[in-house]
Design a protein around this ligand. Structure first.
Ligand code: ADP
Ligand code: UDP
Length: 236
């Protein structure tokens, strides 16, 4: 697979075209951002850890019947993926209250949500990734009603599979964000699944093991990511 030019440089990853029009290379950088890109720092090893973590999770999801972009790892910081036409909507599933839900509704952090919640945000940093609902997605043409049904169905299936996987590793899957795209007419899971885009707490102590360590200045960010990887058995 030949890497061609940089198609897009995001906050944490760079996307490259390849000699196959249906495939892209994702390069996971060490850049770590918070607050819609207003704060950016370099964290040693982060690109490698997230690339391998994402590969491990995407393969688990594929095995569970969830269609993903993932093809194969290409090295420490790169993987080969299907080129999706991305839907500019972030799907967030929550099992416990944290983050923007706590701020928005004043729910106490850590409250168990029963059932889980499913939320949508527009992927638009300039607008601060605003909270939206399903009718906005259809009315503004970001996705169709059928695509939304499938995105929700797949998000809930991901929650089922990963809640169990993390539980077995002594971790609570508090919440997570997914992005989907279209590949040959089908909705497919894209972007990444890593501690950058989810919240993971130790089951016993509720210690934060995800990007909140960076957002909240708690320190030992990558050490926590590596601990999660170790507990899951991700080869680093
Ligand atoms: P951001 O755009 O939020 O700064 P990243 O730094 O992670 O995020 O950049 C990766 C970009 O690549 C995102 O815009 C994401 O939507 C896009 N992307 C991820 N996976 C795919 C894929 N399989 N096909 C096309 N685009 C993708
Ligand atoms: N999230 C993300 N990218 C975003 C916004 C949120 O990966 O642009 C993830 C975040 O890490 C958390 C979940 O989505 O796991 C829910 O985030 P929340 O709405 O609480 O927003 P936050 O306060 O974290 O910005």
């Amino acid at each position: 697979m030949e890497k061609r030019e940089e198609l897009y440089r995001g906050k944490a990853k760079s996307v490259y075209t390849t000699d196959d029009a249906d495939r892209l290379i994702l390069l996971f950088r060490n850049d770590t951002s918070a607050f819609d890109g207003k704060r950016i720092e370099q964290l040693d090893r982060k690109g490698m850890v997230n690339n391998k973590f994402n590969a491990f999770i995407m393969q688990k999801l594929e095995e569970a019947g969830i269609p993903t972009q993932f093809d194969k790892l290409l090295g420490d910081n790169e993987c080969l993926v299907k080129k999706l036409e991305m839907i500019p909507v972030e799907c967030v599933v929550r099992n416990y209250a944290a983050g923007s839900l706590v701020k928005r509704l004043g729910i106490e952090e850590g409250t168990k949500l029963n059932p889980y919640t499913f939320e949508l945000f527009l992927k638009d940093d300039a607008k601060g990734d605003p909270f939206i609902n399903e009718s906005h997605v259809v009315a503004f043409g970001w996705g169709t009603a059928e695509q939304l049904v499938r995105m929700k169905e797949l998000s809930l299936k991901v929650n089922e599979v990963l809640s169990k996987l993390f539980d077995d590793a002594g971790l609570l899957l508090v919440d997570f964000k997914l992005e989907f795209g279209v590949f040959h007419g089908q909705i497919v899971l894209g972007d990444e699944f890593s501690p950058d885009g989810c919240r993971l707490w130790d089951k016993e102590t509720r210690k934060k093991m995800d990007k909140d360590r960076f957002r909240q200045g708690l320190g030992d960010v990558i050490e926590a990511y590596e601990e999660v990887a170790k507990r899951l058995g991700v080869p680093l």
